[in-house]
Design a protein around this ligand. Structure first.
Ligand code: PEP
Length: 266
């Protein structure tokens, strides 16, 4: 069912709750040096969004990094015109107001984000985020001009019970209900929860099987569907060879510049 020429590969790093000003600087320096792209000289207006042009050395792959909120201005500055775009890891469903501790989509856009992860399994698991809330966050992100990367995926118990596809469809239902126009403006990330941070990866065949089912359910050849779950440099190429896998959401391996760029190049 896939029409790969319509879908540019995307590799997104998710730094999760890792980093420090010094550590980020080192990681960004390595990333920029090794990716053959250099940051432009700092410009005074830090609020300008990143250029987000595809990496000149790898024009077929879009690359982005999703960092903790507090470090987004640091990354916005460092990545400006680098060809590596910037994303956040979550967003408030609210536009503004008395929501202490929350960060709105327009604030993320304001400091240079173009992307935001929503519905990561760690948000669903530790913050009880429902699929309905995730869909509302998708709308909030799109309204502010951000592209949401919507995470879905089953638990090991669901897979062992033969329920993986049903669970994923249930998670997708409120997104699909937003309509085809919305579906074709987002990116999905299929991340089996049992493969996240565990070193276990779905086989390319398991991942392709689910991606094919997701694409059929969402009824879109244009929708990009990333795979996530212990993606590394040495398993990325075989995953990317699958017709319905359009890239990866990379957690742990995105904290190592060399490893991350080898995934980008896979
Ligand atoms: C993730 O954080 O979305 C993820 C897939 O993590 P990891 O690559 O470490 O499994």
């Amino acid at each position: 069912m896939g029409v790969p020429s319509l879908r540019k590969r995307l590799v997104a790093g998710n730094w999760k709750m890792n980093g420090s000003l010094d550590g980020n600087r080192r990681l960004l320096d390595e990333l920029l040096a090794q990716s053959d792209v250099q940051p432009s000289a700092a410009r005074p207006d830090a609020a300008q969004p990143n250029a987000a042009q595809p990496n000149a050395a790898r024009p077929k792959c879009e690359v982005l990094v999703c960092a903790p909120y507090v470090y987004l201005p640091q990354l916005a500055d460092a990545l400006r015109e680098s060809g590596i775009a910037l994303g956040a890891q979550d967003v408030s469903v609210h536009a503004k107001g008395a929501y202490t501790g929350e960060v709105s989509a327009s604030m993320l856009a304001d400091i240079g984000c173009q992307w935001v992860i929503v519905g990561h399994s760690e948000r669903r698991q530790y913050h009880q985020e429902s699929s309905a809330l995730v869909a509302a966050k998708v709308v909030a992100a799109l309204d502010a001009g951000l592209t949401p990367i919507v995470c879905i995926g089953e638990l090991l118990a669901d897979r062992e019970a033969g329920q993986a596809a049903c669970v994923v469809q249930d998670q997708l239902e409120p997104i699909k209900a937003l309509g085809k126009d919305v579906v074709e403006r987002i990116v999905l990330a299929y991340e089996p929860v049992w493969a996240i941070g565990t070193g276990l990866t779905a086989t390319p065949e398991q991942a392709q099987d689910m991606h094919g089912q997701i694409r059929a359910f969402m009824e879109s050849d244009r929708l990009r569907i990333l795979y996530g779950g212990s993606v590394k440099a040495d398993n990325a190429a075989e995953l990317f060879a699958m017709p319905d896998i359009d890239g990866a959401l990379v957690g742990g391996a995105s904290l190592d510049a060399r490893e991350f760029l080898r995934i980008v190049a896979a």
